[in-house]
Design a protein around this ligand. Structure first.
Ligand code: ADP
Ligand code: MG
Ligand code: ZN
Length: 478
């Protein structure tokens, strides 16, 4: 029996504001515990929230850059639950009137475009963070840090349109890229500014109705999202095959063991006893304001990608990689403006540069090789000073030492040998040392030619111009 997986993702993204959503405390990450707090975000009795307009502006940008329409009327709602990281005993969120509706994000799977629907985007405040003593050498104790309490969030809820772990990962990559371009969020998973919960169900191929879903939390990398989804898929199929039914529940992912496990039974909306937040007035958003926000958006990844294909005549694939982040795209465009070799530059960024950066876990802004340095190296190849192979060695050294290409070439005497006399000398030397092979070649064993070229290249430490070596060797033997 064949099964299909159905996935809907809920993504929480922290908005890049200086201060929290309902008070003036700083949102800065990494401060000593409970330093960024005040009576409002600590939920003291009698305090009143004041809404941060900047949070609304960023949330609107999130909606418009993901093709949502903006509700003209917005209201906050109280979502009631008890947990030690939630000092008020309720979270201020949105319920029946969310900010954004009916959007989509385009993804590409094996070259085919697919639109993933967004049900809604709403604003809410983040909760605090519990730190369990096991990690601090005091087992049995738990600590709470309220610095994160009241940091503004958008929750982006997708339709159940995703059909594989790979699609889910691609969706997250695109969404992150959009939020990064639109300067809505830092999208830093390590710092928790981007978080994802995965709803997964399975159904028999061809079946119309969806199966019962589970929701998995605690997914702190895109890779883990994909793995957890694939694990859930297998687990749910096994249950169905045994004739049992999947329990609707909230699960956690253990990245060390690669498994999901039960956290709690699934709560329903009515468990939260939502009601309109009485301390905040409804927010009306005018068409002019929506238009103004729309006009203020920068070029988004999808548009940039299409422009790259059109304008630089590079393959779709290249354009996709180069536009994953705005920084990479800027680096690329800067390089091409300095040296109009779009495909060559694309190859070097995708191949050499991004590989080095990935090994180092660095962003392109921290690259020791800047666009100026890269194109200076590429010019050396096109001028014939360096072979493509030597250039890769030089590039690695540039990356490690921050020296320029020409400095390295001069210091190490790496320049390609293009002087025919110098090459002829080496050819003669090799011919003398390999008289047997030369005879074999003359008697028709053509493979020996390659061997001789190899010997000459080796003797020149890889620096001889290969085309010239081939020509001169042939001349000499003949
Ligand atoms: P809840 O608060 O119950 O998690 P939300 O509306 O916030 O509800 O999110 C529900 C998420 O679950 C959405 O992303 C939706 O697409 C997804 N979903 C709903 N039903 C299914 C299903 N049967 N299988 C997989 N995903 C589902
Ligand atoms: Mg949920
Ligand atoms: Zn505060």
């Amino acid at each position: 029996m064949n099964y299909e997986m159905v996935i809907g993702l809920e993504v929480h993204a922290q908005l890049k504001t200086q201060s929290k959503i309902f008070c003036s405390c700083s949102t800065e990450f990494g401060k000593p515990p409970n330093e960024n707090t005040c009576p409002v975000c600590l939920g003291m009795p009698g305090v009143l929230p004041v809404f941060n307009k900047k949070a609304l502006q960023l949330a609107m940008r999130a909606c418009l850059s993901t093709n949502c329409r903006i509700s003209p009327m917005n209201r906050f709602a109280r979502k009631n639950y008890f947990y030690p990281d939630l000092p008020k005993g309720y979270q201020i969120s949105q319920f029946e009137l969310p900010l954004g509706l009916d959007g989509y994000v385009s993804i590409r799977i094996n070259g085919t475009k697919k639109k993933i629907g967004l049900t809604r985007i709403h604003m809410e405040e983040d909760a605090g963070k519990l730190i369990h003593g096991e990690n601090l050498g005091s087992p049995g104790k738990s600590y709470v840090d309220f610095n994160r309490t009241g940091v503004p969030l958008v929750e982006i809820v997708s339709e159940p349109d995703l059909r594989s772990g790979e699609e889910a990962r691609e969706y997250l990559t695109q969404l992150k890229s959009i939020l990064d371009y639109a300067e809505v969020s830092d999208c830093n998973m390590e710092e928790g500014s981007l978080r994802c919960d995965a709803n997964v169900s399975v159904r028999k191929t061809g079946q119309k109705e969806f199966g019962i879903r589970t929701e998995t939390k605690n997914l702190n990398s895109f890779r883990f999202v994909q793995r957890a989804i694939e694990y859930e898929f297998d687990r749910q199929i096994k249950i169905l095959e045994q004739g049992d039914s999947v329990v609707q529940e909230t699960r956690l992912y253990d990245s060390n063991k690669g498994v999901t496990f039960t956290m709690r039974s699934k709560e329903e909306a009515h468990d939260y006893r939502y009601f309109p937040e009485p301390d905040l007035v409804p927010i009306e958003i005018s068409d002019e304001w929506v238009k103004e926000t729309m006009d203020g958006l920068p070029e988004l990844p999808e548009q940039k990608r299409e422009r790259f294909v059109q304008h630089y005549k590079i393959p779709e694939y290249d354009a996709g990689v180069l536009t994953t982040s705005r920084e990479i795209a800027d680096y690329y465009e800067k390089s091409v403006s300095l040296y109009p070799e779009p495909k060559l530059i694309s190859n070097w960024i995708m191949g050499e540069l991004l590989r080095e950066l990935k090994n180092d876990g660095q962003k392109i802004s921290a690259s020791p090789v800047k666009p100026e340095g890269l194109v200076a190296l590429l010019k050396l190849i096109n001028e014939g000073t360096l072979s493509a192979k030597m250039a890769k060695t030089v590039f690695e050294e540039m990356y490690q030492s921050s020296k320029s290409a020409i400095e390295i070439v001069n210091q190490k005497g790496l320049a390609q040998i293009t002087d025919p006399t110098a090459i002829e000398n080496i050819v003669d030397e090799i011919l003398k040392l390999n008289t047997v092979q030369v005879e074999q070649y003359k008697n028709g064993k053509e493979k020996v030619f390659g061997f001789l070229v190899g010997q000459i290249m080796k003797q020149s430490k890889g620096q001889a111009d290969p085309a010239l070596v081939n020509k001169l060797l042939k001349d000499r033997i003949n």
